[in-house]
Design a protein around this ligand. Structure first.
Ligand code: SF4
Ligand code: SF4
Length: 497
């Protein structure tokens, strides 16, 4: 394969897959969305490694492993063609001018293999770090919870004119703690100011997995030494630093098959072809530069992180943290959730939001329901349908309508009928439960002027309340609502109604 057009074909292929990724985020309720929802998480490091170790239940893993196995044939094509974060780096090249001050020869590129090793070791202690270091989840979170709300805030209506079938959301949606999502994304993106694709070359554990497998791949860069004049054009233009200084040798595990070297060579010396690894000059192997000291540091730090799980988890017993309907038991939920944000994105009422440290460090970016911003729609089961890991179980509508996610409590000191003897029936009216979890009790009381009046006092029936939060959402008291939803006292098995 010698055509210089392959670099353009690659860019088009990458763009098309990026469109599928974006479509899966903005088309919330159709087959495009569901296909993307199945496809992209299947590629995550959780799907193809950590999920087996920690939770043993990962949807879509077969798809992910199928794509991963292509690496033995095609090399690390995933990073150049498929990865949405990789596409974002390439798109941002025009904005971020790398200083190229740190050279890859300092061997910092080995760090990604140590990150991979460490995340797998930690998984054996039942600790999932995929949500923080996986490029798929970093990209999902950034696009869903930061970029898409930002773009649609500016032009939700214009988007609906441009995109066929796109329905503009009819409420201004935003995500609590979005700024922390943005910070992580911008830091990852900003690393490219050191050199292009810094994250991919130095830190990405998914890239490291593909790199290890690609070392044995058959589809390789080959240089015709009779034609090569060692001008260095390919070396300079390689975004992954995958070409040796002489322009001939290739660091196979860093080559992402972007074909820029084909385009950049003016002497027609470069081609890509299927060859046995032993027949091609490939320099370096994935383990190069990893020392015993590195391995000791990885083992020590993994043990420390794993040991801290108890204390990190201990912080998550905050009674205001309401999980979505169908969420696993808290400790299992934290292990299974990859913090992809899909449940938050599909929630039609903007009820689900990413935690920062409210649920402990280990709970960072996991979904919580904030009723004052949005309530759990009685007729919706979408979050359980899209969760790629089963952290939120898929519930039938009838089960969901009985599933207890919390319990409402009236704050008597600010509730209008209780504190000021003013009738207000909003919470009773909006309660969607058939036999009403909030009822009104007629009472004769003395008002603030000492006059006897008849008021309707709202009373919550804990045994009927499912904690959907619509009462807290609609409570007319300004600021803090006079009725709040807190974690249910029931055990998970008792919460299915
Ligand atoms: S190295 Fe990692 S972040 Fe970079 S493109 Fe590949 S998978 Fe994506
Ligand atoms: S619970 Fe939400 S954030 Fe967590 S894995 Fe499932 S869909 Fe993603």
């Amino acid at each position: 394969m010698k055509s210089k057009h392959w670099s353009i074909y690659r860019s088009i292929g990458q763009l098309l897959l990026w469109f599928v990724f974006v479509a899966s985020i903005i088309y919330l309720h159709d087959p495009v969305s569901d296909a993307g929802i199945g496809f992209y998480p299947s590629l995550s490091i959780h799907s193809i490694t950590i999920g087996y170790i920690t939770t043993h239940t990962v949807k879509y893993a077969v798809l992910g492993l199928g794509l991963f196995s292509l690496t033995f044939l095609l090399g690390r094509f995933f990073c150049g063609w498929v990865c949405p974060l990789g596409a974002t780096f390439d798109a941002s090249d025009a904005l971020i001018q790398p200083k190229e001050k740190i050279k890859a020869k300092t061997n910092i590129t080995r760090i990604k293999f140590l990150v991979l090793l460490s995340s797998v070791l930690i998984a054996f202690f039942g600790f999932t770090v995929s949500g923080y270091i996986d490029p798929i989840t970093i990209a999902y979170r950034a696009y869903e919870l930061f970029l898409y709300p930002f773009v649609s805030f500016i032009g939700s209506k214009p988007l609906s004119w441009i995109l066929p079938g796109y329905e503009a959301r009819d409420y201004p949606f935003y995500y609590y703690n979005w700024a922390w999502v943005a910070v992580v994304f911008l830091v990852v993106l900003g690393l490219s100011s050191f050199f292009r694709r810094f994250w991919c070359r130095v830190l990405c554990p998914l890239g490291a997995m593909y790199a290890v497998a690609s070392h044995a791949s058959l589809f390789r860069r080959v240089v015709d030494t009779d034609k090569c004049i060692h001008c260095g054009a390919c070396v300079k233009g390689c975004r992954m630093g995958a070409i040796a200084p002489d322009g001939v040798g290739t660091i196979e595990h860093e080559c992402i098959k972007c074909f820029d070297c084909l385009k950049n060579c003016n002497y027609d010396a470069v081609s890509f072809t299927f060859k046995r690894p032993s027949k091609v000059k490939s320099i370096e192997h994935p383990g190069k530069g990893i020392t015993r000291r590195d391995l000791l540091i990885v083992a020590g730090s993994s043990a420390m992180v794993a040991a801290s799980k108890v204390s990190l988890f201990a912080a998550s017993h905050d009674s205001s943290i309401i999980r979505p309907p169908g969420a696993l038991r808290e400790s299992q939920f934290l292990d299974a959730c990859i913090r992809c944000g899909q449940c938050m994105n599909v929630c039609p009422t903007n009820a689900l939001h990413p935690c920062f440290v409210e649920a402990g460090f280990y709970g960072m970016f996991t979904p919580r329901l904030i009723p004052r911003i949005g309530y759990c729609d009685f007729t919706c089961t979408r979050c359980g349908q899209v969760c790629p890991t089963g952290a939120i179980q898929e519930l039938s509508l009838s089960t969901k309508q009985k599933f207890v996610i919390g319990t409402a409590y009236i704050l008597h000191d600010i509730c209008l009928p209780w504190s000021e003897q003013i009738n207000c029936i909003v919470c009773e009216e909006v309660c969607p439960v058939a036999n009403k979890a909030i009822t009104l009790e007629k009472k004769i009381v003395k008002n603030t002027k000492g006059i006897q009046v008849e008021v309707l006092l709202p009373v919550v029936h804990e045994d009927r309340c499912i904690g959907c939060g619509i009462c807290e959402n609609r409570c007319p008291v300004s600021g803090q609502a006079a009725i709040v939803v807190r974690k249910p006292k029931l055990k998970l098995e008792e919460r299915y109604g």
